[in-house]
Design a binder for this molecule. Structure first.
Ligand code: URA
Length: 231
């Protein structure tokens, strides 16, 4: 029998399955499922300088009480010149100890998700809505989100990414408004300050609900397409 070349549809399905495998999904149901060049410095200061200044402000921040119980403030990881920004909820225990976002179990899955997109973790920018760990990893209080949000807004103003991907309900609500439901908006292309924003599930949720990984993967493929479109 002659060898048949894979059609674009077959190749897309193969890539989809390879991505799922990279995220640790080994079986799928039969039904369908739904670093860039540096930009010019503004006002004389480079992105690196502006982000360092912001990190020093976070260190000094007393707008809420979380500074009292933290080990380290957790500002960001990745490239100041990233075209893609991931935003989580708040540092957990590992992040608080190391001063770096997404380094625990959820962080390992996030790294796998980024790599499954064909990207390197170092090439994207990763941060959280809250910069300090809430004791016992409890959900951030509305007043804590309100106090910390200006830091995230400033990070996004400095980075000026091509695409934003929020992870979980807290980040989606922080940027899109308190009434959005993550189960409704995930995978939709929304906008924050003119930048396309795709909300998806939080990696910690995916660790507890591996069946949802296929939805997250579909969302990340959408993010990848937007990145390619927004060159
Ligand atoms: N969960 C988050 O939302 N952020 C982290 O940095 C780690 C876990």
């Amino acid at each position: 029998m002659s060898r048949v070349l894979a059609s674009p549809l077959v190749r897309a399905v193969q890539q989809h399955l390879e991505g799922l495998r990279a995220l640790g999904v080994t079986a799928v149901p039969a039904s369908p499922v739904g670093a860039a060049p540096p930009t010019g410095a503004k006002g004389g200061a480079s992105k690196e300088e502006r982000l360092s200044r912001l990190a020093r402000e976070v260190e000094r921040c007393r707008r809420c009480t979380l500074y009292r119980t933290r080990t380290h403030a957790v500002v960001s990881d990745g490239s100041p010149h990233a075209r893609l920004v991931f935003i989580g909820e708040a540092p957990g225990r590992d992040e608080d100890l190391q001063g770096k976002p997404f380094v625990g179990a959820a962080g390992k899955l996030l790294t796998k998700m980024i790599e499954a997109m064909g990207l390197a973790r170092e090439a994207v920018y990763i941060c959280n809505v809250l910069k300090d760990r809430p004791p016992g990893n409890r959900t951030p209080l509305p007043e804590e989100v309100e106090a910390c949000l200006p830091f995230l807004q400033e990070q996004l103003a400095i980075i000026r990414p091509a695409v934003i991907c929020t992870l979980g309900a807290v980040a989606a609500k922080a940027l899109l408004g308190p009434h959005v439901a993550i189960t409704k908006v995930r995978g939709e292309v929304r906008e924050y300050q003119g930048v396309p924003l795709v909300p998806t599930f939080h990696p910690a949720y995916l660790l507890r609900n591996p069946d949802a990984k296929r939805y997250a993967w579909a969302d990340l493929k959408k993010v990848k397409r937007l990145l390619e479109r927004e060159q």
